[in-house]
Design a binder for this molecule. Structure first.
Ligand code: HAM
Length: 425
C-alpha cells in the first residue's frame, strides 16, 4: 500500500488550535443546562438499527439513505447513531428512569449521517442535546426555549432567530397530509425531482424545500395551522404567551415540519443567516408518543439538539475572541541540575496554583534554543533556571509578550508572585 492515509470524507479532525473555541462552546452550554437542573447521560454510539427505524421513521431521509449501518460479527444489524433522542429514550425505558419520575437529561457526542458534505454539514458531527420526560404542558417547552436563549447569551451569540410551529396530533397531520397530497398532485409538473419523490413518501417534508419554484407552489397550498386540533392550538398559544412574557422573540413558521417522524405539537429551530444553507444551529420539539412507542409507559417528552460545528463556525463568523489557552509559563532550564530541579519546581507550582498552565522544557538544548521554544509556545512568561539560580533558590521571570525586564523571584515567593501577576491573588 502506498500514499498517506486521510480521514474519511465528511469526518473532521478538530485540531488543537480550534479546541479552545470548542471547549468554550461546550463549557458554556453545559454550565447553563446544569443551572436548569439537567443531568448528564451517556449512551453508546452504536445501537440496534431497529431502534432508529422505529423512532426516526422508515421513510425519513435519515433512515432511508443516511445511516451508517453494518452487520456485526454475530450478524446483528447495528447503526452508528444519527442522533441522540432515540438512544436516550431507549436507555430511559431500559433502566426504568421514567417510573413515577420526571427527568431532565443532557448528552453530548458525535453523530453520524451519510449526507453530502458541505459547509456546516458533515458525516460525523457533534451535538449537545437535552431531553425532558414527564411534562405535557407548555411551561416546559417555554423553559427549554428560555434556556436556549440563555445559552446564546452565555456564548455571546447574536445572529440567531427562533422559528416555531405546532404540528398538532398525528390525526391532524394525517388529515393535512391527505389534503396537501391532493393539492400538490394537481401541481405535480411544477415540483422539482426531490419534491416529486417526497410526495409519495413523506409529503410534509416538501414544505421544507429550498427550491423557489416549489415554495411558490406552496404559497397557495393548504396550511397545517388550519388543521391543528383545539388542544394543540391551546398548548401553542400558551407557549407563545410565555415566550412573549419572557421577551423571547420568535416567528411562527407554518412550514416548519422537521425531518424526524417522532415529533408532534411544538417544533422549533434556531436559525442563523450567517452560515449559508446550513443555518440551523439548534432544533427540537415535542415527541409525546415516542416513549410508549418504544415500549415504555406513556410519557410526554420534549427536547432539542445543537450542532456544535455550526455554533463554533457562527462564533468565528461573529468575530468572537478566541479564548486564551496559551501556557502561562514556559520553564527554561538548561543543564542537568537545572532540568532536574526545574521539574520539581514546576510540580510545586502546580500543587499551589491549580489554574496555572506550565510547560517545562524537555529534551535539553542550549539556553538560546530553549528560550526560542518558550517564545514560540505562546507562553506569557519564561521562567528561567540555571545552575546559579538553583543554588540561590531563585528563578528569573521574563515577560515574553511585552518588552520588560526579567525579575528574580525566590522559589518560596514564586507562587504568590504568579498569583498576583495573573490576577488570582
Ligand atoms: P436534527 O434537526 O436532526 O435533530 O439535528 C439537530 C442539529 O444537529 C441541527 O440543527 C444541526 O445543528 C445539527 N446537525 C444535524 N445534522 C448535521 C450534519 N450533518 N452536520 C452538522 N450538523 C448537523 C435531532 O437530531 C433531534 N434528535 C433533536 C431533538 C432532541 N429533538 C428532540 N430532542
Amino acid at each position: 500500500m502506498s500514499g498517506t492515509l486521510q480521514a474519511v470524507r465528511g469526518m473532521n479532525d478538530i485540531l488543537p488550535e480550534h479546541a479552545a473555541r470548542w471547549q468554550f462552546v461546550e463549557d458554556g452550554i453545559r454550565s447553563v443546562v446544569e443551572a436548569y437542573g439537567f443531568r448528564e447521560i451517556r449512551m453508546p454510539i452504536v445501537e440496534k438499527t431497529e431502534l432508529f427505524k422505529r423512532s426516526i421513521g422508515e421513510v425519513t431521509d435519515i433512515v432511508e439513505k443516511e445511516m451508517y449501518t453494518f452487520e456485526d460479527r454475530n450478524g446483528d444489524s447495528l447503526t452508528l447513531r444519527p442522533e441522540g433522542t432515540a438512544g436516550c429514550v431507549r436507555a430511559c425505558v431500559e433502566h426504568g428512569l421514567l417510573h413515577n419520575q420526571a427527568q431532565r437529561l443532557w448528552y453530548t457526542g458525535p453523530m453520524f449521517r451519510h449526507e453530502r458534505p458541505q459547509k456546516g454539514r458533515y458525516r460525523q458531527f457533534y451535538q449537545i442535546g437535552v431531553e425532558v420526560f414527564g411534562f405535557d404542558g407548555p411551561d416546559i417547552d417555554a423553559e427549554l426555549l428560555m434556556m436556549t436563549a440563555r445559552i446564546w447569551k452565555a456564548l455571546g451569540l447574536q445572529h440567531v432567530s427562533l422559528q416555531l410551529n405546532s404540528l398538532g396530533t398525528s390525526e391532524a397531520r394525517a388529515r393535512y397530509r391527505d389534503d396537501l397530497v391532493g393539492y400538490l398532485s394537481a401541481q405535480f409538473e411544477r415540483l422539482d425531482e426531490d419534491s416529486k419523490r417526497r410526495l409519495a413518501t413523506n409529503p410534509l417534508r416538501i414544505l421544507d424545500s429550498k427550491n423557489a419554484q416549489v415554495q411558490a407552489v406552496l404559497d397557495a397550498a393548504p396550511s397545517l395551522s388550519d388543521y391543528i386540533d383545539d388542544a394543540s392550538k391551546q398548548h401553542f398559544e400558551a407557549l407563545c404567551g410565555l415566550l412573549d412574557a419572557a421577551d423571547i422573540r420568535y416567528e411562527v413558521n407554518p412550514r416548519l415540519v422537521r425531518g424526524l417522524d417522532y415529533y408532534g405539537r411544538t417544533v422549533f429551530e434556531w436559525v442563523s443567516d450567517r452560515l449559508g444553507a446550513q443555518g440551523t444551529v439548534c432544533a427540537g420539539g415535542r415527541y409525546d408518543a415516542l416513549v410508549e412507542f418504544l415500549g415504555g409507559r406513556p410519557t410526554p417528552a420534549v427536547g432539542f439538539a445543537m450542532g456544535l460545528e455550526r455554533l463554533v463556525a457562527l462564533l468565528e463568523s461573529e468575530g468572537a475572541p478566541v479564548p486564551d489557552s496559551a501556557p502561562h509559563l514556559y520553564l527554561v532550564a538548561p543543564g542537568t541540575l537545572a532540568q532536574q530541579q526545574g521539574l520539581l519546581l514546576a510540580e510545586r507550582l502546580r500543587d499551589l496554583l491549580p489554574q496555572l498552565r506550565v510547560i517545562t522544557h524537555c529534551g535539553g538544548g542550549s539556553f538560546k534554543s530553549q528560550f526560542r521554544k518558550a517564545d514560540r509556545s505562546g507562553a506569557r512568561y519564561a521562567l528561567v533556571l540555571g545552575e546559579e539560580e538553583v543554588q540561590k533558590r531563585e528563578a528569573g521571570l521574563k515577560p515574553l509578550r511585552e518588552n520588560s525586564e526579567q525579575e528574580m523571584v525566590h522559589f518560596d515567593q514564586l507562587a504568590a508572585r504568579l498569583a498576583s501577576l495573573f490576577g488570582w491573588a
